[in-house]
Design a protein around this ligand. Structure first.
Ligand SMILES: [Zn+2]
Length: 104
């Protein structure tokens, strides 16, 4: 399921159009949203909930997929790249309450 335009705009506004992946070091303006956890890690529509989406610029979004080594570790530490971290985050904020809808 694709992220709706309304959800995308809400996420961009929530994150202040700041690229969350690179944070303040990023020179790009966030114009796209991406999943904290890869869609391939789950497969449920809950992945498209705003709580699991972050604003980012196209450049960083592309780089995230190729992240490895220290950069990947940094993303995991910030809860962006690693699916397990994203699930913990979503559970904490109440986005996941039943355990259903998230298939591993
Ligand atoms: Zn960026």
């Amino acid at each position: 399921m694709a992220v709706s335009k309304r959800t995308k705009l809400a996420v961009l506004a929530r994150d202040n159009y700041v690229c969350v992946i690179a944070g303040l070091n990023c020179v790009g303006v966030a114009t796209v949203v991406d999943h904290r956890a890869n869609r391939g890690s789950g497969g449920s529509t809950v992945l498209d909930a705003p709580e699991n989406l972050i604003a980012c610029c196209p450049l960083c979004n592309g780089g995230k997929e190729d992240a490895d080594g220290a950069y990947r570790a940094e993303l995991v530490a910030r809860g962006i790249r690693n699916a397990t971290t994203a699930v913990e985050h979503m559970t904490t904020i109440g986005a996941i309450t039943t355990g259903k809808g998230w298939a591993y």
